[in-house]
Design a protein around this ligand. Sequence first.
Ligand code: ATP
Ligand code: MG
Ligand code: MG
Ligand code: MG
Length: 467
Amino acid sequence: MNSSEIRQHFLDFFASKDHKILPSAPLVPQDDPTLLWINAGMAPFKKYFDGSATPPKRRIATSQKCIRTNDIENVGKTARHQTFFEMLGNFSFGDYFKEEAIRWGYEFLKDELGLDESKFWISIYKDDDEAFKIWHEKIGVPKDRIVRMGKDENFWEIGTGPCGPCSEIHYDRGIEYGCDEGCELGCECDRYLEVWNLVFTQYNKTEDGEYLDLPQKNIDTGVGLERLASLLQDVESNFETDLFQPLINYITDNCDVEYGAEEQADIAVKVIADHIRSVTFAIGDGALPSNEGRGYVVRRLLRRAVRYAKELDLEIPFLHTIVPLVVEVMGEHYTKLEDKEEQIKKIVKQEEKRFQKTLAQGMNILEDIIAELKEKDVAEIPGQKVFTLYDTYGFPKELTAEIAAEHGFTIDESGFESAMQEQRQRAREAREDHDQGHSELELFKDIKDDVGEVDFVGYEEFELETE
Ligand code: ATP
Ligand code: MG
Ligand code: MG
Ligand code: MG
Protein backbone atom coordinates (compact mmCIF):
# COMPACT_ATOMS: atom_id res chain seq x y z
CA MET A 1 0.00 0.00 0.00
CA ASN A 2 1.50 3.39 -0.86
CA SER A 3 1.41 6.24 1.62
CA SER A 4 -1.41 8.12 -0.13
CA GLU A 5 -3.52 4.99 0.10
CA ILE A 6 -2.70 4.53 3.78
CA ARG A 7 -3.61 8.12 4.58
CA GLN A 8 -6.87 7.88 2.62
CA HIS A 9 -7.68 4.52 4.11
CA PHE A 10 -7.31 5.93 7.60
CA LEU A 11 -9.59 8.86 6.87
CA ASP A 12 -12.18 6.63 5.14
CA PHE A 13 -12.11 4.18 8.02
CA PHE A 14 -12.87 6.85 10.60
CA ALA A 15 -15.44 8.47 8.31
CA SER A 16 -17.18 5.08 8.35
CA LYS A 17 -17.15 5.35 12.17
CA ASP A 18 -19.05 8.60 11.84
CA HIS A 19 -16.10 11.01 12.16
CA LYS A 20 -15.99 14.35 10.42
CA ILE A 21 -12.84 14.55 8.29
CA LEU A 22 -11.10 17.90 8.49
CA PRO A 23 -8.14 19.06 6.40
CA SER A 24 -4.75 19.51 8.08
CA ALA A 25 -4.42 22.82 9.89
CA PRO A 26 -1.45 24.98 8.82
CA LEU A 27 1.86 24.30 10.58
CA VAL A 28 1.78 27.82 11.96
CA PRO A 29 -0.63 27.75 14.92
CA GLN A 30 -3.66 29.98 14.53
CA ASP A 31 -4.58 32.00 17.64
CA ASP A 32 -2.22 30.07 19.89
CA PRO A 33 0.75 32.15 21.05
CA THR A 34 1.95 29.35 23.36
CA LEU A 35 3.02 27.13 20.49
CA LEU A 36 5.74 27.63 17.87
CA TRP A 37 4.58 24.86 15.53
CA ILE A 38 1.70 22.44 15.32
CA ASN A 39 3.45 19.37 16.71
CA ALA A 40 0.58 16.88 17.09
CA GLY A 41 -2.81 16.11 15.60
CA MET A 42 -4.57 17.45 18.68
CA ALA A 43 -2.76 20.80 18.76
CA PRO A 44 -5.22 22.67 16.52
CA PHE A 45 -8.09 21.34 18.68
CA LYS A 46 -6.94 22.52 22.10
CA LYS A 47 -9.92 24.81 22.35
CA TYR A 48 -12.29 21.87 21.84
CA PHE A 49 -10.50 19.81 24.46
CA ASP A 50 -10.62 22.47 27.15
CA GLY A 51 -14.22 23.31 26.27
CA SER A 52 -13.60 26.95 25.32
CA ALA A 53 -15.04 26.32 21.83
CA THR A 54 -17.52 23.86 20.35
CA PRO A 55 -16.24 21.44 17.70
CA PRO A 56 -18.17 21.14 14.41
CA LYS A 57 -18.78 17.51 15.41
CA ARG A 58 -17.91 15.44 18.47
CA ARG A 59 -15.94 12.97 16.35
CA ILE A 60 -13.16 14.28 14.13
CA ALA A 61 -10.31 12.64 12.21
CA THR A 62 -7.41 14.27 10.38
CA SER A 63 -4.04 13.81 8.82
CA GLN A 64 -2.09 16.64 10.42
CA LYS A 65 1.21 18.13 9.26
CA CYS A 66 3.58 18.36 12.24
CA ILE A 67 6.97 19.87 12.96
CA ARG A 68 9.01 18.74 15.98
CA THR A 69 12.43 20.22 16.51
CA ASN A 70 13.02 18.19 19.67
CA ASP A 71 13.66 15.21 17.39
CA ILE A 72 16.20 16.99 15.20
CA GLU A 73 19.20 15.09 16.57
CA ASN A 74 17.45 11.78 15.96
CA VAL A 75 16.82 12.42 12.29
CA GLY A 76 18.78 10.01 10.14
CA LYS A 77 20.03 8.13 13.18
CA THR A 78 16.83 6.33 14.19
CA ALA A 79 14.55 4.64 11.69
CA ARG A 80 11.52 6.53 12.90
CA HIS A 81 12.11 10.26 13.52
CA GLN A 82 11.76 13.25 11.28
CA THR A 83 11.37 16.95 12.00
CA PHE A 84 8.38 16.97 9.61
CA PHE A 85 5.85 14.17 9.70
CA GLU A 86 2.16 13.54 9.32
CA MET A 87 0.14 12.42 12.27
CA LEU A 88 -3.07 10.57 11.54
CA GLY A 89 -5.49 11.04 14.40
CA ASN A 90 -9.02 10.39 15.57
CA PHE A 91 -10.58 12.54 18.27
CA SER A 92 -13.60 12.37 20.50
CA PHE A 93 -14.80 15.46 22.31
CA GLY A 94 -17.03 14.11 25.04
CA ASP A 95 -18.32 11.32 22.81
CA TYR A 96 -16.81 7.80 22.64
CA PHE A 97 -14.09 6.82 25.05
CA LYS A 98 -11.50 4.16 25.87
CA GLU A 99 -13.11 1.03 24.50
CA GLU A 100 -13.93 2.39 21.05
CA ALA A 101 -10.57 4.15 20.75
CA ILE A 102 -8.73 0.91 21.50
CA ARG A 103 -11.02 -1.28 19.42
CA TRP A 104 -10.90 0.90 16.32
CA GLY A 105 -7.16 1.47 16.51
CA TYR A 106 -6.57 -2.25 16.71
CA GLU A 107 -9.10 -3.03 14.00
CA PHE A 108 -7.50 -0.54 11.65
CA LEU A 109 -4.00 -1.95 12.07
CA LYS A 110 -4.98 -5.60 12.01
CA ASP A 111 -7.98 -5.87 9.68
CA GLU A 112 -7.66 -2.84 7.45
CA LEU A 113 -3.89 -2.74 7.05
CA GLY A 114 -3.35 -6.44 7.60
CA LEU A 115 -0.48 -6.11 10.09
CA ASP A 116 0.52 -9.24 11.99
CA GLU A 117 -1.22 -9.11 15.37
CA SER A 118 1.27 -11.43 17.02
CA LYS A 119 3.80 -8.59 16.71
CA PHE A 120 1.76 -6.04 18.63
CA TRP A 121 2.93 -4.95 22.05
CA ILE A 122 0.79 -2.69 24.18
CA SER A 123 1.91 -0.26 26.85
CA ILE A 124 -0.57 1.11 29.35
CA TYR A 125 -0.34 3.41 32.37
CA LYS A 126 0.49 1.37 35.46
CA ASP A 127 -2.81 2.09 37.27
CA ASP A 128 -5.06 1.90 34.25
CA ASP A 129 -6.85 -1.38 34.96
CA GLU A 130 -9.68 -0.36 32.69
CA ALA A 131 -7.32 -0.23 29.70
CA PHE A 132 -5.77 -3.54 30.71
CA LYS A 133 -9.20 -5.21 30.80
CA ILE A 134 -10.17 -3.87 27.40
CA TRP A 135 -6.90 -4.92 25.77
CA HIS A 136 -6.81 -8.33 27.39
CA GLU A 137 -10.40 -9.44 27.88
CA LYS A 138 -12.19 -7.68 25.04
CA ILE A 139 -9.52 -7.52 22.35
CA GLY A 140 -7.65 -10.67 23.36
CA VAL A 141 -4.07 -9.43 23.54
CA PRO A 142 -2.08 -11.90 25.69
CA LYS A 143 -1.14 -10.61 29.15
CA ASP A 144 2.58 -10.88 28.54
CA ARG A 145 2.38 -8.42 25.67
CA ILE A 146 0.67 -5.73 27.76
CA VAL A 147 3.23 -3.74 29.70
CA ARG A 148 2.43 -1.32 32.51
CA MET A 149 4.55 1.82 32.45
CA GLY A 150 5.01 4.86 34.66
CA LYS A 151 3.92 8.44 34.46
CA ASP A 152 6.82 9.59 32.31
CA GLU A 153 5.94 7.21 29.51
CA ASN A 154 2.21 6.69 29.72
CA PHE A 155 0.51 9.65 31.29
CA TRP A 156 -0.21 12.81 29.40
CA GLU A 157 -0.35 16.14 31.25
CA ILE A 158 0.91 19.69 30.87
CA GLY A 159 0.80 21.52 34.19
CA THR A 160 -2.79 21.68 35.39
CA GLY A 161 -6.02 21.04 33.45
CA PRO A 162 -7.25 18.14 31.33
CA CYS A 163 -4.92 15.13 31.40
CA GLY A 164 -5.01 11.37 31.51
CA PRO A 165 -3.35 8.01 30.96
CA CYS A 166 -2.36 6.79 27.54
CA SER A 167 -1.80 3.49 25.85
CA GLU A 168 0.62 2.95 23.01
CA ILE A 169 0.60 0.33 20.30
CA HIS A 170 4.05 -0.90 19.30
CA TYR A 171 5.14 -3.31 16.60
CA ASP A 172 7.98 -5.73 17.24
CA ARG A 173 10.25 -5.47 14.21
CA GLY A 174 12.42 -8.34 15.41
CA ILE A 175 15.78 -8.69 17.08
CA GLU A 176 17.64 -7.51 14.00
CA TYR A 177 16.29 -4.03 14.81
CA GLY A 178 17.18 -4.26 18.50
CA CYS A 179 20.19 -2.81 20.25
CA ASP A 180 20.87 -6.20 21.84
CA GLU A 181 19.04 -9.49 22.20
CA GLY A 182 17.54 -8.68 25.55
CA CYS A 183 16.14 -5.27 24.76
CA GLU A 184 12.59 -4.63 25.88
CA LEU A 185 9.60 -2.46 25.16
CA GLY A 186 10.42 1.11 26.14
CA CYS A 187 13.99 0.89 24.82
CA GLU A 188 15.00 3.84 22.63
CA CYS A 189 16.11 1.59 19.76
CA ASP A 190 13.90 0.76 16.77
CA ARG A 191 12.93 -2.81 17.68
CA TYR A 192 9.58 -2.08 19.34
CA LEU A 193 8.41 0.58 16.96
CA GLU A 194 5.92 2.90 18.61
CA VAL A 195 3.14 3.26 16.11
CA TRP A 196 0.09 4.73 17.79
CA ASN A 197 -0.50 6.72 20.92
CA LEU A 198 -4.02 6.68 22.40
CA VAL A 199 -4.58 9.37 25.02
CA PHE A 200 -7.56 9.06 27.35
CA THR A 201 -8.22 12.52 28.70
CA GLN A 202 -10.31 11.67 31.74
CA TYR A 203 -9.02 13.87 34.58
CA ASN A 204 -8.73 17.50 35.43
CA LYS A 205 -5.62 18.24 37.46
CA THR A 206 -6.25 20.98 40.02
CA GLU A 207 -3.80 23.55 41.41
CA ASP A 208 -3.49 21.33 44.51
CA GLY A 209 -2.40 18.38 42.40
CA GLU A 210 -5.66 16.48 42.72
CA TYR A 211 -6.98 14.45 39.79
CA LEU A 212 -10.73 14.95 39.46
CA ASP A 213 -12.90 13.06 36.99
CA LEU A 214 -13.71 15.18 33.96
CA PRO A 215 -17.43 15.40 33.25
CA GLN A 216 -16.61 15.31 29.56
CA LYS A 217 -14.00 12.71 28.67
CA ASN A 218 -12.00 13.06 25.48
CA ILE A 219 -9.99 10.86 23.16
CA ASP A 220 -6.89 12.09 21.39
CA THR A 221 -4.90 9.65 19.25
CA GLY A 222 -1.94 9.93 16.92
CA VAL A 223 -0.29 7.48 14.56
CA GLY A 224 2.64 8.41 12.33
CA LEU A 225 1.97 7.97 8.61
CA GLU A 226 5.64 7.39 7.77
CA ARG A 227 5.95 4.66 10.40
CA LEU A 228 2.87 2.86 9.06
CA ALA A 229 4.29 3.13 5.56
CA SER A 230 7.62 1.63 6.71
CA LEU A 231 5.80 -1.40 8.14
CA LEU A 232 3.47 -1.92 5.21
CA GLN A 233 6.18 -1.44 2.63
CA ASP A 234 8.45 -3.67 4.69
CA VAL A 235 11.41 -1.33 4.57
CA GLU A 236 14.04 -0.59 7.18
CA SER A 237 13.13 2.96 8.04
CA ASN A 238 10.77 5.81 7.24
CA PHE A 239 13.35 7.04 4.75
CA GLU A 240 12.96 4.04 2.46
CA THR A 241 9.21 4.53 2.07
CA ASP A 242 7.63 6.03 -1.03
CA LEU A 243 7.42 9.34 0.85
CA PHE A 244 11.20 9.69 0.87
CA GLN A 245 12.64 7.47 -1.84
CA PRO A 246 12.27 9.96 -4.72
CA LEU A 247 14.05 12.60 -2.62
CA ILE A 248 16.79 10.22 -1.49
CA ASN A 249 17.39 9.00 -5.04
CA TYR A 250 17.56 12.51 -6.38
CA ILE A 251 20.09 13.58 -3.74
CA THR A 252 22.33 10.56 -4.25
CA ASP A 253 22.10 10.94 -8.05
CA ASN A 254 23.63 14.36 -7.63
CA CYS A 255 26.57 13.41 -5.49
CA ASP A 256 29.05 10.65 -5.08
CA VAL A 257 27.12 8.62 -2.52
CA GLU A 258 25.87 5.11 -2.78
CA TYR A 259 22.92 4.93 -0.42
CA GLY A 260 23.34 2.15 2.11
CA ALA A 261 27.11 1.92 1.73
CA GLU A 262 28.30 4.25 4.46
CA GLU A 263 26.42 5.31 7.59
CA GLN A 264 27.64 8.91 7.91
CA ALA A 265 26.80 9.68 4.29
CA ASP A 266 23.37 8.06 4.66
CA ILE A 267 22.64 10.23 7.67
CA ALA A 268 23.53 13.34 5.67
CA VAL A 269 21.24 12.28 2.82
CA LYS A 270 18.35 11.57 5.22
CA VAL A 271 18.80 14.85 7.07
CA ILE A 272 18.72 16.80 3.81
CA ALA A 273 15.59 14.96 2.66
CA ASP A 274 13.86 15.54 5.97
CA HIS A 275 14.81 19.17 6.46
CA ILE A 276 13.82 20.17 2.94
CA ARG A 277 10.37 18.68 3.56
CA SER A 278 10.02 20.68 6.78
CA VAL A 279 11.21 23.86 5.14
CA THR A 280 9.00 23.43 2.08
CA PHE A 281 5.89 22.97 4.20
CA ALA A 282 6.85 25.64 6.72
CA ILE A 283 7.40 28.27 4.03
CA GLY A 284 4.28 27.06 2.24
CA ASP A 285 2.36 27.77 5.45
CA GLY A 286 3.78 31.26 5.75
CA ALA A 287 6.89 30.97 7.93
CA LEU A 288 9.82 32.78 6.30
CA PRO A 289 13.49 32.40 7.24
CA SER A 290 14.49 35.07 9.75
CA ASN A 291 16.39 35.58 13.00
CA GLU A 292 13.50 35.06 15.37
CA GLY A 293 10.83 32.60 16.44
CA ARG A 294 9.51 30.36 13.70
CA GLY A 295 11.61 32.03 11.04
CA TYR A 296 14.70 31.18 13.01
CA VAL A 297 13.72 27.51 13.03
CA VAL A 298 13.28 27.57 9.25
CA ARG A 299 16.68 29.21 8.88
CA ARG A 300 18.27 26.76 11.29
CA LEU A 301 16.85 23.73 9.45
CA LEU A 302 17.96 25.07 6.11
CA ARG A 303 21.45 25.96 7.26
CA ARG A 304 21.83 22.59 8.91
CA ALA A 305 20.84 20.97 5.61
CA VAL A 306 23.32 23.17 3.72
CA ARG A 307 26.09 22.02 6.02
CA TYR A 308 25.23 18.37 5.40
CA ALA A 309 24.99 19.03 1.66
CA LYS A 310 28.50 20.51 1.77
CA GLU A 311 29.72 17.34 3.46
CA LEU A 312 28.45 15.38 0.47
CA ASP A 313 30.23 17.83 -1.87
CA LEU A 314 26.97 18.97 -3.35
CA GLU A 315 27.23 22.23 -5.23
CA ILE A 316 25.28 24.90 -3.31
CA PRO A 317 22.68 26.23 -4.11
CA PHE A 318 21.14 22.80 -4.51
CA LEU A 319 18.43 22.28 -1.93
CA HIS A 320 15.90 24.44 -3.75
CA THR A 321 15.94 21.96 -6.64
CA ILE A 322 14.45 19.31 -4.32
CA VAL A 323 11.37 21.44 -3.62
CA PRO A 324 9.50 20.36 -6.82
CA LEU A 325 10.00 16.73 -5.82
CA VAL A 326 8.50 17.35 -2.39
CA VAL A 327 5.57 18.98 -4.14
CA GLU A 328 5.26 16.04 -6.51
CA VAL A 329 5.24 13.45 -3.72
CA MET A 330 2.95 15.38 -1.38
CA GLY A 331 0.93 17.52 -3.78
CA GLU A 332 -1.82 15.01 -4.36
CA HIS A 333 -3.04 15.44 -0.80
CA TYR A 334 -1.71 18.94 -0.08
CA THR A 335 -3.07 20.45 -3.26
CA LYS A 336 -2.28 24.09 -2.45
CA LEU A 337 1.44 23.39 -2.24
CA GLU A 338 1.83 23.45 -6.00
CA ASP A 339 0.76 27.08 -6.29
CA LYS A 340 3.52 28.05 -3.92
CA GLU A 341 6.25 25.91 -5.44
CA GLU A 342 8.01 28.70 -7.34
CA GLN A 343 7.95 31.07 -4.41
CA ILE A 344 9.27 28.43 -2.00
CA LYS A 345 12.05 27.56 -4.42
CA LYS A 346 13.12 31.18 -4.69
CA ILE A 347 13.18 31.69 -0.95
CA VAL A 348 15.16 28.51 -0.35
CA LYS A 349 17.63 29.40 -3.09
CA GLN A 350 18.16 32.87 -1.70
CA GLU A 351 18.82 31.48 1.78
CA GLU A 352 21.21 28.89 0.43
CA LYS A 353 23.19 31.51 -1.44
CA ARG A 354 23.31 33.76 1.56
CA PHE A 355 24.73 31.06 3.82
CA GLN A 356 27.03 29.59 1.22
CA LYS A 357 29.05 32.79 1.22
CA THR A 358 29.94 32.55 4.88
CA LEU A 359 29.77 28.83 5.63
CA ALA A 360 33.31 27.92 4.52
CA GLN A 361 34.86 30.93 6.27
CA GLY A 362 32.91 30.22 9.44
CA MET A 363 33.92 26.56 9.37
CA ASN A 364 37.59 27.53 9.10
CA ILE A 365 37.28 29.90 12.00
CA LEU A 366 35.48 27.31 14.11
CA GLU A 367 38.12 24.71 13.36
CA ASP A 368 40.86 27.15 14.36
CA ILE A 369 39.06 27.93 17.60
CA ILE A 370 38.71 24.25 18.38
CA ALA A 371 42.38 23.55 17.61
CA GLU A 372 43.46 26.45 19.78
CA LEU A 373 41.29 25.38 22.71
CA LYS A 374 42.49 21.81 22.43
CA GLU A 375 46.05 23.04 22.96
CA LYS A 376 44.93 24.88 26.06
CA ASP A 377 42.97 21.88 27.25
CA VAL A 378 39.72 23.85 27.39
CA ALA A 379 36.54 21.97 26.38
CA GLU A 380 34.09 24.86 26.04
CA ILE A 381 33.86 27.39 23.24
CA PRO A 382 33.50 30.91 24.67
CA GLY A 383 30.11 32.61 24.17
CA GLN A 384 31.64 35.61 22.43
CA LYS A 385 33.11 33.35 19.74
CA VAL A 386 29.81 31.54 19.27
CA PHE A 387 28.19 34.95 18.93
CA THR A 388 30.68 36.12 16.28
CA LEU A 389 30.01 32.97 14.29
CA TYR A 390 26.30 33.74 14.53
CA ASP A 391 26.45 37.44 13.89
CA THR A 392 29.11 37.59 11.18
CA TYR A 393 28.95 34.16 9.58
CA GLY A 394 25.28 33.26 10.06
CA PHE A 395 25.91 30.14 12.15
CA PRO A 396 22.85 29.37 14.28
CA LYS A 397 24.18 28.62 17.75
CA GLU A 398 22.69 25.12 17.60
CA LEU A 399 24.78 24.42 14.51
CA THR A 400 27.94 25.60 16.26
CA ALA A 401 27.00 23.46 19.26
CA GLU A 402 26.53 20.44 17.05
CA ILE A 403 29.85 20.82 15.25
CA ALA A 404 31.53 21.48 18.59
CA ALA A 405 30.01 18.30 20.03
CA GLU A 406 31.40 16.29 17.14
CA HIS A 407 34.84 17.34 18.42
CA GLY A 408 33.94 16.68 22.05
CA PHE A 409 33.35 20.37 22.84
CA THR A 410 30.45 22.27 24.40
CA ILE A 411 29.49 25.90 23.93
CA ASP A 412 29.06 28.59 26.57
CA GLU A 413 25.32 29.22 26.17
CA SER A 414 25.02 31.96 28.76
CA GLY A 415 28.06 33.77 27.39
CA PHE A 416 26.38 33.65 23.98
CA GLU A 417 23.15 35.06 25.43
CA SER A 418 24.92 37.96 27.12
CA ALA A 419 26.83 38.79 23.93
CA MET A 420 23.47 38.81 22.15
CA GLN A 421 21.94 41.06 24.83
CA GLU A 422 24.87 43.46 24.62
CA GLN A 423 24.46 43.74 20.90
CA ARG A 424 20.74 44.42 21.26
CA GLN A 425 21.50 47.10 23.82
CA ARG A 426 24.03 48.73 21.49
CA ALA A 427 21.52 48.70 18.65
CA ARG A 428 18.91 50.29 20.92
CA GLU A 429 21.28 53.04 22.04
CA ALA A 430 22.30 53.73 18.47
CA ARG A 431 18.65 54.16 17.53
CA GLU A 432 18.02 56.47 20.47
CA ASP A 433 21.06 58.63 19.65
CA HIS A 434 19.82 58.89 16.14
CA ASP A 435 16.32 59.88 17.19
CA GLN A 436 17.63 62.75 19.30
CA GLY A 437 19.17 64.37 16.25
CA HIS A 438 17.52 65.07 12.96
CA SER A 439 16.04 61.62 12.38
CA GLU A 440 15.19 60.29 8.96
CA LEU A 441 11.56 60.35 9.90
CA GLU A 442 11.73 64.08 10.51
CA LEU A 443 13.59 64.51 7.25
CA PHE A 444 10.79 62.78 5.38
CA LYS A 445 8.23 64.93 7.19
CA ASP A 446 10.06 68.02 6.01
CA ILE A 447 10.06 66.76 2.44
CA LYS A 448 6.34 66.01 2.68
CA ASP A 449 5.68 69.55 3.92
CA ASP A 450 7.62 70.83 0.95
CA VAL A 451 6.18 68.75 -1.88
CA GLY A 452 2.84 67.52 -0.48
CA GLU A 453 1.35 64.00 -0.99
CA VAL A 454 2.80 61.85 -3.76
CA ASP A 455 1.56 58.60 -5.30
CA PHE A 456 3.72 55.53 -4.78
CA VAL A 457 4.63 54.09 -8.18
CA GLY A 458 7.26 51.55 -7.10
CA TYR A 459 5.09 48.54 -7.87
CA GLU A 460 4.69 49.52 -11.50
CA GLU A 461 8.11 50.95 -12.11
CA PHE A 462 10.39 48.45 -10.43
CA GLU A 463 10.61 44.72 -10.30
CA LEU A 464 12.22 43.17 -7.30
CA GLU A 465 15.43 41.33 -8.08
CA THR A 466 15.07 37.87 -6.60
CA GLU A 467 17.51 35.75 -8.58
P1 ATP B 1 8.85 8.34 20.02
O1 ATP B 1 8.80 7.76 21.42
O2 ATP B 1 9.11 7.30 18.97
O3 ATP B 1 9.77 9.50 19.94
P2 ATP B 1 6.58 9.91 20.74
O4 ATP B 1 6.13 9.13 21.94
O5 ATP B 1 7.41 11.10 20.99
O6 ATP B 1 7.38 8.91 19.71
P3 ATP B 1 3.89 10.85 20.32
O7 ATP B 1 4.08 12.21 20.88
O8 ATP B 1 3.21 9.84 21.16
O9 ATP B 1 5.34 10.29 19.83
O10 ATP B 1 3.18 11.01 18.89
C1 ATP B 1 2.23 10.10 18.36
C2 ATP B 1 2.78 9.35 17.15
O11 ATP B 1 3.32 10.22 16.17
C3 ATP B 1 3.92 8.43 17.50
O12 ATP B 1 3.44 7.21 18.02
C4 ATP B 1 4.56 8.24 16.12
O13 ATP B 1 3.89 7.29 15.32
C5 ATP B 1 4.41 9.62 15.50
N1 ATP B 1 5.62 10.45 15.70
C6 ATP B 1 5.96 11.14 16.80
N2 ATP B 1 7.11 11.83 16.63
C7 ATP B 1 7.51 11.56 15.36
C8 ATP B 1 8.63 11.98 14.58
N3 ATP B 1 9.54 12.82 15.05
N4 ATP B 1 8.73 11.52 13.31
C9 ATP B 1 7.81 10.67 12.81
N5 ATP B 1 6.74 10.23 13.50
C10 ATP B 1 6.57 10.67 14.76
MG1 MG C 1 9.39 11.46 20.68
MG1 MG D 1 7.22 7.46 22.79
MG1 MG E 1 4.19 8.39 22.29
